[in-house]
Write a protein that binds this ligand. Structure first.
Ligand SMILES: Nc1ncnc2c1ncn2[C@@H]1O[C@H](COP(=O)(O)OP(=O)(O)OP(=O)(O)O)[C@@H](O)[C@H]1O
Ligand SMILES: [Mg+2]
Length: 256
């Protein structure tokens, strides 16, 4: 098991954001995480990354790191996190090369000395993502899709076991999305565990086999994707009537 959350709760400013979450993930599973704005998805992922700890006696174990009973500072190096929240915090004048290198140290900004081998590795990743020609530009001068690829490169350089995409398709054109889907499929082939947060079910690629639905900070349902993403369950989840279509192994949900 790579993630074992038991009875996890978290409170911010007097508001319970996560409530009694139980969630177990086995190696080789790829999870979709769905939930309305503000339900706690990003907060849950912050916990998986070791930025916040469970409260009220809950227990969290991620990749063998038991929260509260062993140092978890290194945990983040095993997890790639691709999110717009991260994008907003990156130093705007850093170059794509520096930002990708900073992923080696799980740091915001590049503060450590890097070797020639590190630079070569970062350049190889930029090349694989098709943005090597942008390596010396400033991050702030890049388009949204180019920025997204830099963040993906930053996540990949530490060769993480878990890769989290938190609304990673936002702002991408249809071809940039297609490129991202190919990257995700390739990562799944390389035995990474992929977690994908989205509001758009048509972004659920066939590689995903599990789904976690969060409602108001609680697990509404979880398990095999095809059992969770079905009309009756989704109507209960959204509290509203929806139509669900499946086409070419992709799902489409429409509010009725
Ligand atoms: N630093 C903070 N201080 C206070 N409240 C916060 C803080 N960060 C998040 N919250 C609140 O916690 C709740 C859950 O936020 P979270 O970012 O986890 O939601 P989310 O499910 O990722 O939503 P979205 O789909 O909009 O990204 C929200 O009500 C949010 O306002
Ligand atoms: Mg979020």
């Amino acid at each position: 098991m790579i993630i074992d959350l038991q009875n996890v709760s978290y409170r911010r400013n007097g508001h319970m954001i996560l409530k009694n979450i139980d969630w177990q993930v086995e190696a080789g599973e790829h999870w979709i995480i769905l939930g309305l704005n503000g339900c706690g998805k990003t907060t849950l992922l912050e916990m998986i990354n070791g930025y916040i700890f469970p409260m009220y006696g809950g227990s969290a174990n991620v990749l063998g790191y038991q929260f509260g009973s062993c140092p978890i500072a290194d945990l983040r190096k095993h997890i790639g996190w691709i999110s717009n929240a991260l994008s907003q915090n990156l130093p705007v004048n850093d170059t794509p090369l520096e930002i990708v290198l900073s992923g080696k140290f799980a740091s915001i900004g590049l503060w450590e000395k890097v070797s020639d081998a590190d630079v070569k590795e970062a350049e190889a990743i930029l090349d694989k993502l098709g943005i090597l020609h942008l390596k010396e530009r400033t991050y702030s001068s890049l388009s949204q899709g180019e920025k997204q690829k830099v963040i993906i490169g930053r996540a990949l350089i530490s060769n993480p076991e878990i890769i989290i995409f938190d609304e990673a398709c936002n702002g991408l054109d249809i071809f940039a999305k297609r490129d991202l889907y190919r990257i995700i499929e390739k990562l799944a082939e390389e035995n990474k565990s992929i977690f994908f947060v989205t509001h758009n079910t048509d972004e659920i690629l066939p590689i995903f086999n599990k789904a976690l639905l969060i409602k108001d900070g609680e697990v509404h349902s979880k398990g095999d994707l095809k059992e969770v993403i079905q009309q009756e369950n989704l109507q209960d989840f959204y509290g509203s009537e929806v139509d669900v279509f499946e086409r070419n192994d992709r799902f489409f949900i429409f509010a009725k």
